[in-house]
Design a protein around this ligand. Structure first.
Ligand SMILES: Nc1nc2c(ncn2[C@@H]2O[C@H](COP(=O)(O)OP(=O)(O)OP(=O)(O)O)[C@@H](O)[C@H]2O)c(=O)[nH]1
Length: 497
């Protein structure tokens, strides 16, 4: 493998906090003499991030894992039990959950409470928000995102999935359980399609509640056959899908191989932990320009320092204390004062890191959720128009040109329209089957042109940036399509002054 090279440029500039520069919103620096955003840091204090990152690479690779699946498939129970058996949940806390859940007659939910943290979630017995947990396996570190299965909470599920490197799809193997998740209104298909169209390639299928079937091989095989055919059709590669028989409630085959003869008589494969431990880590885009989607911001700095704090995860490139960064939209320039990566104070961060940083020079009124921090030398393009490759969901009315939607992108949602249907594509090969179709029906993979109704947003192609290149389209509270950005259309070149 070739070692990534740093792409930090060293040319002068003088606009909006920079020394001198003309930069187009297309992300291309117009002046080859623009100042490095590192210029204000004394040479002796500058960090060679590539070298530092290489040292850190001896650590276990870290990745985001999302748990998806139909409501009540057992996602929270499965992952709560998994975390407990892995030693990631304090014994006393677990005992308290057991006592409290029994007291209100919901003893079977004790493990789910590890993930379902709010009172309302517990009362209703469903996950509403994205729960985040950290855990380590022998060779990996994971941030676990437990997505709600209930269809009312699909936007939350999307925001979790759009950050994921891999997904665990939990399927209920109990009689009628798989079927209700797999039929037209079930979330098994919808979640799997969404994950695929948001760029998730690796899937672990936890075939859950098999204890209720007496670890029935026929049932396991039936689910693998039906789901497998659908997943291949949805564009997943066979080699990237692993099926594991489990019971989230009894804990069998989670962190150690199941010894129940009912299972061992026909299954000799890995337990869930072994499968998760061998998920291929994503390639970190260290050699691309710095980008960080802002998920939260607030006044005041880390510790007692002033300024504004921004949280998010670095999608590409790197950043260091003292460096100038630009907020898009708005093009305001700030300087990084302090940095925390995974809650530890540091002086640099790189692609894949979850970061909290304090910046000086920014006005909080100019920030919004969905804004992006980037290097002023290569700003993120902002646009109102782009083309995308989408997968159409179970829509009642076919999509025609002019179809109004709500565009979900990063943490923002904006009114938009599908203004042109460019082509219908083959799901697995991506080849054009039909040009200029009149309409798109459910299940279609297509290329379309999208126009935002009110304002421009920071956007990049999926090829350049996975996070910024993922979109989802909803209408009337339902997901109509999800996909990836193909081309960002810049109508006119705006110069930063
Ligand atoms: N027998 C059996 N029951 C299970 C198993 N896993 C979960 N359950 C039960 O199924 C019900 C739903 O479990 P949850 O973990 O809340 O399901 P969920 O998928 O997280 O639900 P949402 O968060 O609402 O999407 C609970 O009563 C669990 O005790 C299992 O492996 N075996």
């Amino acid at each position: 493998m070739t070692k990534p090279k740093a792409t930090i440029s060293t040319a002068p500039s003088k606009l909006k906090g920079l020394d001198s520069n003309l930069t187009t919103p297309s992300g291309t620096p117009t002046s080859s003499r623009a100042a490095s955003p590192l210029a204000k840091i004394p040479a002796s204090k500058r960090i060679n991030v590539i070298e530092e990152y290489a040292k850190r690479s001896n650590e276990k690779p870290s990745m985001n894992l999302v748990v998806i699946g139909h409501v009540d498939a057992g996602k929270s129970t499965l992952m709560g039990h998994f975390l407990y058996d892995l030693g990631s949940v304090n014994e006393r806390v677990m005992q308290k959950y057991e006592r409290d859940s029994q007291k209100i007659g919901k003893g079977s939910f004790a493990y789910a409470w590890v993930l379902d943290e709010t009172g309302e979630e517990r009362d209703r017995g469903i996950t509403m928000d994205i729960a985040t947990n950290y855990f380590e396996t022998p060779h990996r570190q994971f941030t676990l995102l437990d997505a709600p299965g209930h269809r009312d909470f699909i936007p939350n599920m999307i925001s979790g999935t759009s950050q994921a490197d891999a997904a665990i799809l939990v399927v209920d193997a109990a009689t009628g359980g798989f079927e209700s998740g797999f039929d037209a209104n079930g979330q098994t298909k919808e979640h799997a399609l969404l994950a695929r169209s948001l760029g998730v390639q690796q899937l672990v299928i936890a075939i859950n509640k098999l204890d209720m079937t007496g670890w029935d091989q026929v049932r396991f095989d039936e689910i693998v056959a039906k789901l497998g055919a659908f997943l291949l059709q949805a564009g997943y590669r066979k080699n990237n899908i692993t099926y594991v028989p489990v019971s989230g409630l009894t804990g069998e085959n989670l962190v150690k191989k199941c010894e129940t003869t009912e299972l061992t008589s026909w299954y000799d494969g890995p337990c869930l932990l072994d499968v998760i431990d061998s998920i291929t880590p994503p390639v970190r885009l260290l050699d691309k320009p710095f980008r960080m989607g802002v998920s939260d911001f607030f006044k005041g700095g880390i510790g007692s320092s002033g300024g504004i704090s921004l949280a998010g995860s670095i999608d590409s490139g790197s950043v260091q204390v003292g460096e100038q960064v630009m907020v898009v939209p708005g093009n305001e320039i700030g300087v990084v004062k302090t940095l925390q990566v995974n809650d530890e104070t540091t002086n640099w961060g790189a692609a894949g890191d979850s970061v909290l940083m304090t910046l000086s020079g920014l006005d909080i009124l100019n920030l919004s959720t969905g804004c992006v921090l980037c290097t002023p030398l290569h700003p993120v393009p902002i646009t109102t128009s782009f083309t995308a490759q989408i997968v159409v969901f179970d829509v009642r009315i076919p999509i025609t040109s002019g179809f109004p939607v709500i565009l979900h992108h990063q943490s923002s949602n904006e009114p938009a329209s599908i203004v042109k249907l460019l082509s219908v594509l083959d799901k697995s090969t991506g080849e054009v089957i039909k040009r200029n179709p009149r309409h798109l029906s459910k299940g279609a993979t297509a290329k379309v042109k999208i126009q935002l109704s009110h304002r421009s947003i920071p956007l990049e192609t999926f090829k350049d940036n996975k996070q910024l290149g993922r979109i989802m389209l909803r209408k009337g509270g339902e997901t109509v399509a999800a996909g990836v950005v193909d081309e960002v259309i810049i109508m006119k070149k705006l110069y930063i002054i």
